[in-house]
Structures are given as structure tokens and as C-alpha cells.
Design a protein around this ligand. Structure first.
Ligand SMILES: O=C(O)C(=O)C[C@H](O)[C@H](O)CO
Length: 306
């Protein structure tokens, strides 16, 4: 079988978005899922797999059913008796989002508990994607298992993409996050960091400094910076590509994740990095105009193709 699939590894939570009070809307989201959602919308012919661990409660069952209704499988991900998904709520100040989490005992923390199942889920994938949040939810031994599985997939021919997506609250220390993220970058082909995260984590002074630092570790780097231009570093050269200005953003949740999905979809069909960034910016601009992390497939496709 041809290695044609796209796989994303991490935690998809229950998401409360919209207005506080009785009008919360429940959805399913999580950074690596949001990226896969956009990637799948834009590369519908590639089998899409969300690699995680799931519970067996009604919410976990609904989550897996929601994935399936939208053409996304779970590969060989374990379904664990008695476990349940994590939950997060989005609070908005204007369109700027803040998250409250209930996730410390989520099923996804066991995504590397069965190394053979994890390895199987990563077989025959054209692309394997994961993030710093995937690393942050795992204990040290599980993180090693995960990175070994990603390295094996890469040796078998998968392209590996990684977003450091630094969430300080999920790490025991900044140093622990730095060490784990550097280990992940060592098995990465395409790095998709966000400048404010890298500034916080590695004290980079400018996006250019982030691009240069990461460009020494990874062949293809795109540094996102919200509404500011993105900086691309490939093969020792760098360039910037303006973002799309959105006059009335609604909710910035998932913008960077969807950018990543758009970028990777474009690269998989052979668009050059700068063109892929232009498409990715348009995808991100569409996502900030909806509440919650996910825009409809139609919205994402229209933005990508416009
Ligand atoms: O913060 C997290 O762990 C999430 O996955 C929630 C959001 O969907 C994500 O951060 C948006 O990038």
C-alpha cells in the first residue's frame, strides 16, 4: 500500500466556545486535531488518522463518531475502559482567547501506552504531525516512546511536521519544555512555530532570530506571528510573507493550527513555501471569523482556493 495518509498525534478535547452562561456550545478540538481537520478538508483524498487514546464513556464515543462522520479515523489508537476525554473552555477578551482546562486525567495522556499500536497507527503515512502540547501531556517514558515512533515513521519515509506550541501551564518547568521540544525538532522536517511562544521559551528577540535558530536544526521552518508577516527559512535562505488583515475577528482559537493545516496541504501538493504560506494565512483568517477552533470544510476550502 502506498504511503498516502496524513496522521496527527495528540489530544482532542471537548471544547466549550461561544458565550459564558447557559449558551455554551460544545464541540471537539485540540491543537493537533484542529490542524488535521484543516489538512483533511484541504487534502480529502488522503486517509486522515487522529492518533491518540480514547475513553469508553458517551463523550468519547461521540468524539470518535464525530471524527468518523467527517472522514477521520483513529488508526490503532487505544480505547481505554473507564477513561474519558479532557475539556477546555474558551473565554474571549475581544477576539483574543484564553483557555481554562480540565484535562489532567484525560485518556489522551495514554496515547503512547501501547507502543505497538502507536507504531501501527504511524505506518504508511505520507505525513506525521505532532506538537509541543502532544509532548507536554506525556510523562518522560511515554514521550520517549512517542519520539521513537515518530523517528521510525520518518525513517520509513514519512515527512514529519511539528509545532512547538508552548503552553507553559502544561510543563513542570521551562527547561523541561526546552529539552523536549529540542528532541522533537531533531526528528522534524517542517517546523511551524509561533514567534511569541519562541520568545517566551527561548528568548528570541525577533521572528528572524527564531527562523535562524530553528533553521540550523530543521530543513524547513515557518515562523507564524499572528497578523504580522510569517518568516520562512529553507536551505539557508529566508523570506517573509504578509498575513491577511481581518477587520472584525471573532475568536482567534485555532488560527495557528489551521494555518499549519493549510500550509501542509499546500506543500503536499507541491506549492512552494511562500505560496503555501499565502494560502495558510487565508485559511487562518477564515478561522478567526468563527467561534471555536474549527471552521467548516467549505469555509476552509474557499479560503485556501481564493
Ligand atoms: O490548548 C490546547 O491544548 C488546545 O489544544 C486548545 C486549543 O484548541 C488550541 O490551543 C488552539 O491552538
Amino acid at each position: 500500500m502506498e504511503a498516502n495518509g496524513v496522521a496527527s498525534i495528540g489530544e482532542c478535547m471537548l471544547e466549550l466556545s461561544g458565550q459564558a452562561g447557559p449558551n455554551w456550545r460544545m464541540g471537539f478540538a485540540g491543537d493537533t486535531f484542529n490542524t488535521l481537520w484543516a489538512l483533511h478538508a484541504l487534502s480529502p483524498d488522503r486517509p486522515a488518522t487522529y492518533v491518540s487514546a480514547f475513553g469508553d464513556d458517551p463523550f468519547s464515543r461521540d468524539q470518535i463518531a464525530f471524527f468518523a462522520q467527517n472522514g477521520i479515523g483513529i488508526g490503532s489508537s487505544p480505547v481505554i475502559a473507564g477513561a474519558r476525554p479532557g475539556l477546555y473552555a474558551i473565554t474571549l477578551t475581544g477576539a483574543e482567547r484564553a483557555f481554562t482546562y480540565w484535562r489532567s486525567d484525560a485518556a489522551a495522556r495514554q496515547l503512547a501506552s501501547d507502543p505497538a499500536a502507536l507504531a501501527k497507527s504511524l505506518e504508511k503515512q505520507a505525513l506525521v504531525y505532532f506538537s509541543g502540547i502532544t509532548l507536554a501531556i506525556l510523562d518522560d517514558a511515554s514521550r520517549k516512546t512517542l519520539l521513537a515512533a515518530v523517528a521510525t515513521a520518518r525513517r520509513a519515509g514519512s515527512l514529519v511536521a511539528f509545532d512547538p506550541n508552548y503552553r507553559p501551564r502544561l510543563w513542570r518547568s521551562r527547561e523541561a519544555a526546552q529539552a523536549a521540544i529540542l528532541e522533537a525538532l531533531a526528528v522534524t522536517d517542517i517546523a511551524l512555530p509561533t514567534f511569541p511562544d519562541e520568545q517566551l521559551l527561548f528568548a528570541d528577540e525577533t521572528p528572524q532570530a527564531t527562523a535562524e535558530r530553528l533553521g540550523k536544526l530543521v530543513g524547513e521552518v515557518v515562523v507564524k506571528n499572528g497578523e504580522q508577516p510569517a518568516t520562512i527559512a529553507t536551505g539557508g535562505a529566508s523570506e517573509t510573507v504578509d498575513a491577511v488583515h481581518v477587520a472584525t475577528p471573532v475568536d482567534t482559537t485555532g488560527a495557528g493550527d489551521s494555518f499549519n493545516g493549510g500550509y501542509l496541504a499546500a506543500r503536499l501538493v507541491g506549492h512552494a513555501p511562500a505560496d503555501a504560506v499565502r494560502r495558510a494565512h487565508r485559511v487562518a483568517a477564515a478561522v478567526v471569523q468563527v467561534r471555536g477552533a474549527l471552521a467548516t470544510f467549505e469555509t476552509l476550502r474557499a479560503a485556501f482556493e481564493s
